[in-house]
Design a protein around this ligand. Structure first.
Ligand code: ZN
Ligand code: ZN
Length: 147
């Protein structure tokens, strides 16, 4: 009995995790495209990776992400919709000496945030992650300044 319940719980968790992975796959595919893309194009990009996601799932996932504000949508003249990663949600490495910033690959943060929120039953979760330090150039300059 105990065993069966454990198995059920694991399967329920697995479904949530699969959804999180589908979202991550869509977000990762969007990160590789600078311009607006169609769902068909997204599906093609995702299908070349390790994750196999059906076209219907991509449609649903894109709609969810658009509702969550993670994706920007535009409508073409012919009525079809195109999507792009929402501007504004990115994570940066910020140098506190020269104050320049570099966008960083943050998929692992997105996956963690989604999973943590979902596990706790939270919705409309937002997060802020900022990495500050000294950039490579400033580090090199400060090394050169040393006697
Ligand atoms: Zn710097
Ligand atoms: Zn983030």
């Amino acid at each position: 009995m105990q065993e069966t319940r454990t198995e059920d719980a694991r399967q329920a968790g697995g479904t949530g995790f699969r959804r999180t992975r589908q979202r991550a796959a869509v977000l990762a595919a969007l990160q590789t495209s600078a311009d607006f893309v169609s769902v068909q194009e997204l599906h093609r990009v995702i299908s070349t990776g390790d994750t196999t996601v059906g076209l219907t799932t991509v449609y649903r996932t894109v709609r969810e992400l658009a509702q969550a504000g993670r994706i920007d949508t535009i409508r073409e003249k012919d009525g079809s919709r195109l999507y792009r990663l929402a501007v504004g949600h990115r994570h940066y490495l910020i140098c506190h000496r020269c104050l320049r910033s570099w966008p960083v690959d943050s998929e692992v943060v997105e996956i963690w945030a989604e999973a943590a929120a979902e596990a706790a039953g939270f919705t409309s979760v937002e997060h802020t992650v900022e990495l500050t330090g000294v950039c490579a150039r400033c580090t090199a300059e400060s090394m050169a300044e040393r006697p």
